[in-house]
Structure formats: structure tokens, C-alpha cells
Design a protein around this ligand. Structure first.
Ligand code: NAP
Ligand code: ZN
Length: 367
């Protein structure tokens, strides 16, 4: 056996954990930048809890609430200027994957004298500012991963950077912050978490430990399938979804993702599909493509989820996400070339050529 394990994020999980663990905010100096989306901080209630805690500890804070969905290099650069101007010593990220990923980039740009695009082209040399991450969606698991996925016009796609310095130092996971999510965002993000669990479990990089996280997360996700169908998101279901998402984050920290994520990025960049929606469209064909290589594992996933076949699972998933976008063969060729530039392609259980990716895109988008 051979593996490495580095998952340094300190986790507080449970209802009310931010206020209960207020003392944890004390060890990072008294100047903080809060990075959040336009409305998620407020709507979730997390921003109020954090502001209350900081005020009670006499910690000064600035708020950068300009993070858009699928954050751009331009946005994270603006955030880093605010961090530098005020000499902050801690970033608190509140929101879905977009603000959490933006915070990782802002934290790195605040200490490293590099151009934003260099986040994606060089390795980070100087430790980033510490990050406290508070997710308000249950999907990306970004609160425990070292990954930050950014929209880069230079590359006409989304690209990720990761560094050992980009793991949040602390995360607070409280399902109450996800209760304000609209139903469709809840479902898209839940399916993103499922995709992480599935891709990690089937990845050539999967390890006995990553499989423990993947299976644990799949079991939690399986408890939510009926609620997703009925759009009946009780507190218990929100808690299970958050837990599944967190397990997905731990799992992909060890393995990365595979071709689903590599293929989904273009549908987000060019067709403006949400990250979870984009990924979900490919899950059925991804499973068929990999069936021969990892049949036993696929059967185990189907058993946990209580589906008889890949088709039954695919039908369930597609029923709950939006339509596939209109796409031409020419666009598919371009998307396939871009997908092949993503490192995650190499983690796929069955080795993949560009022509395979084209075929999967065709089956999913043209049929
Ligand atoms: P998101 O882009 O962060 O948020 C989607 C929408 O949900 C936004 O409009 C957001 O509003 C809203 N929202 C968030 N929390 C809310 C709440 N509690 N109540 C009401 N509205 C809320 O979505 P996401 O799926 O969590 O993150 C997607 C991003 O994460 C993508 O860029 C993806 O590539 C990345 N990702 C990262 C990793 C990783 O390991 N780092 C893994 C997978 C995906 P606001 O605009 O107000 O925030
Ligand atoms: Zn994802």
C-alpha cells in the first residue's frame, strides 16, 4: 500500500456551532475580511452570526460581498486588494462553493506577489492567509478541500488551483445555514456532492481511506433521495445533505474528481448551467463508459442507492435537474479539447482519449 494523507482542516459540525465555538475566532489577530456572495451571507443567517461573534470579541472586519457564481480572476483580485489595503490577518468565507473558492484565491493573492492568472499557472510559494470557511450550500465540500475553481477568460474555461496552503484552517458546518436555499439550488448542489462521492470512489486514485468517506457520504445521500423527489427538505435531510457534501469534500481531497467535472466545466462556462446541473447530465454515460473497468464498485453504489440499474439512476437524476443545453457538433469538439486539458481526466478509471470524450458529449447532448 502507498498513499499520502494531508487533511488539516479543523471541523466543527452541528447546529449552532459558530456561536458555541466563538473563541476559535480569537487566534488570528483583530483584522478580518469576510468574503461572501451578494445575498447568501445574509439569507443563510451565517453573516449575522459571524458579525455578532466578531463584535463580541472586538475584532474589526471588512466585508467583500462581490463574489459571483463561478468566481472570476478579476473578482478575486479585487478582494485581495481590499485584504491588503486593510492588512487583514484572516479571511472568513461564507457562502456556497463560489465564495469559499474565491476566499482561497484571495487568501493566496494577499500574501504572494503574483498576477491572478499565475494562481493557475505556478505553484503558491508563500503561505496564504488563514481561512475560516462556513458553507451555506451542501454540495462542493470546498470547506475541507485545497481546491479553488476559478473562471479564467484567458483559458476560455474554468480551471482550478490547489496548494497545501489553501485548506481552510477551520470550518463550521451548520445545516441551518442551508435552509434558505431555493429547491433547485439544493438539488443541483446535492447532485454535485453525489458526483464527488461517485467520482472519488471510482477514481484510479481511490484509497481504502477515501473509499470510507465516499461510502459514508453515499449512505447519507441515499437517505435524501425520496426527499429530493418530494422537495421535502426537513432539518434532518438538510443535515444529511451537508454531511454527504462534507464527506465528498474529504473524498476528493484524497483522489480529485474525474471526467464528469472535466466535461461539466464547458457547460457552465459557455452555456451557463450551474455546476451541479452540468455534472449531473454526464453521470449516466460516465457510468456506462466505466462499467467494464469498475463494475463491482458501480454495483455497490447502485445497491447503496437502491437503484436496479444505471438507467434507473440516470432517469432519477435527470428528472430533477434542468434540460440539456442546445449544443452543436462544433461546440462539442471544442468542449472535448478543453476537457482534455483538465488534470482530472487522468483519474478516470478507464483511460480516456479525446474521441471518447466527444462520444460521451454526443450521447448526452445530441441524442
Ligand atoms: P454557488 O455558486 O456558491 O451559489 C449558487 C447560488 O446559491 C448563488 O446564487 C448563491 O447566492 C445562492 N446561495 C448560496 N447559499 C445560499 C443560501 N443559504 N440561501 C440562499 N441562496 C444561497 O454554488 P455552489 O454549487 O455551492 O458552488 C459552485 C462553485 O463551487 C463552482 O464555481 C464550482 O466549480 C465550485 N466547486 C468547488 C469545489 C472545491 O473543491 N473547491 C468542488 C466543486 C465545485 P450568492 O450569489 O448570494 O452567493
Ligand atoms: Zn463539483
Amino acid at each position: 500500500m502507498k498513499f499520502t494523507l494531508y487533511m488539516p482542516t479543523k471541523v466543527f459540525y452541528g447546529k449552532g456551532c459558530v456561536k458555541e465555538q466563538a473563541k476559535e475566532f480569537k487566534s488570528f489577530g483583530n483584522k478580518v475580511l469576510i468574503v461572501t456572495g451578494k445575498s447568501s451571507g445574509e439569507k443563510s443567517g451565517a453573516l449575522k452570526d459571524v458579525k455578532d461573534v466578531l463584535t463580541s470579541l472586538s475584532i474589526n472586519y471588512w466585508i467583500f460581498d462581490k463574489v459571483e457564481n463561478n468566481p472570476s480572476l478579476e473578482t478575486v483580485f479585487k478582494g485581495s486588494l481590499l485584504a491588503r489595503e486593510n492588512s487583514v490577518t484572516l479571511i472568513i468565507a461564507i457562502g456556497g462553493g463560489s465564495p469559499l473558492d474565491a476566499a482561497k484565491a484571495i487568501a493566496a493573492l494577499s500574501t504572494n506577489n503574483i498576477e491572478p492568472v499565475e494562481l493557475l499557472t505556478t505553484s503558491i510559494k508563500i503561505p496564504s492567509l488563514p481561512i475560516i470557511a462556513i458553507p451555506t450550500t451542501a454540495g462542493t465540500g470546498s470547506e475541507v478541500t485545497p481546491y479553488s475553481i476559478l473562471t479564467a477568460k484567458q483559458f476560455r474555461t474554468k480551471k482550478n488551483f490547489y496548494s497545501p496552503y489553501s485548506f481552510p484552517t477551520i470550518t463550521f458546518l451548520d445545516y441551518q445555514y442551508t435552509c434558505s436555499l431555493p429547491n433547485q439550488v439544493t438539488i443541483d448542489t446535492a447532485f454535485d456532492a453525489f458526483s464527488h462521492l461517485l467520482e472519488s470512489y471510482l477514481s484510479i486514485k481511490s484509497t481504502p481511506q477515501s473509499n470510507i468517506y465516499a461510502i459514508e457520504g453515499l449512505k447519507a445521500f441515499s437517505k435524501c433521495l425520496f426527499a429530493i423527489s418530494n422537495k421535502n427538505f426537513t432539518n434532518e435531510i438538510r443535515d444529511q445533505l451537508l454531511y454527504a457534501s462534507y464527506m465528498g469534500g474529504l473524498a476528493i481531497t484524497l483522489t480529485g474528481t474525474t471526467i464528469i467535472h472535466a466535461m461539466g466545466y464547458s457547460l457552465t462556462y459557455y452555456k451557463e448551467l450551474s455546476h451541479g446541473h452540468a455534472n449531473t447530465l454526464f453521470i449516466g454515460e460516465y457510468l456506462r463508459f466505466n462499467k467494464q473497468t469498475v463494475e463491482e464498485k458501480i454495483n455497490k453504489v447502485l445497491t447503496i442507492l437502491k437503484f436496479y440499474s444505471i438507467t434507473e439512476l440516470e432517469t432519477y437524476l435527470l428528472k430533477h435537474v434542468g434540460e440539456k443545453p442546445d449544443t452543436s457538433q462544433e461546440e462539442i469538439n471544442k468542449f472535448a479539447t478543453l476537457a482534455m486539458t483538465q488534470g482530472s481526466v487522468k483519474n478516470n478509471p478507464t483511460s480516456v482519449k479525446e474521441s471518447d470524450i466527444i462520444k460521451i458529449y454526443q450521447k448526452v447532448l445530441l441524442r
